[in-house]
Design a protein around this ligand. Sequence first.
Ligand code: TYD
Length: 142
Amino acid sequence: MPISDCKIIQLPKIADPRGNLTFIEGGRHVPFEIQRVYYLYDVPGGSERGGHAHRDLHQFIIAMSGSFDIALDDGVEKKRFHLARSYYGLYVCPMIWRELDNFSSGSVCMVLASNRYSEADYIRDHAEFVRVAGEQARNSGP
Ligand code: TYD
């Protein structure tokens, strides 16, 4: 899918002097049904995560604490996002190569995913990703 489908989505924020509150409701705030939640934490400085694409998985990535960068690549175009707040996140559609880096100390990256973990859904080799993405683009072309 093209990188233009990936976008920052703002979440509701109930501002309160006692502490802010944000919520995510299934079927309303993210463009897929949530089947799994996982999070990265205790990330050492200088770490890089990701370095793969998913064939069918949709994801929504939030910086629950701290900040980090996400580089996206659809095989043709590249885009970089900086996530730094817990009231918005980045929607990543299937067939996008992603790399996460520049984690601040104490950062927590929460990911909502459209399916349970499946290693078969991963493409971990970038050359293979470019080949499969190119094939899909040609098959869906005019
Ligand atoms: P991976 O997705 O490669 O990490 P990242 O993209 O964040 O760098 O996953 C790292 C390891 O954790 C890998 O062995 C698979 C395992 N894993 C699960 O068992 N369940 C999960 O939901 C996820 C995301 C990973």
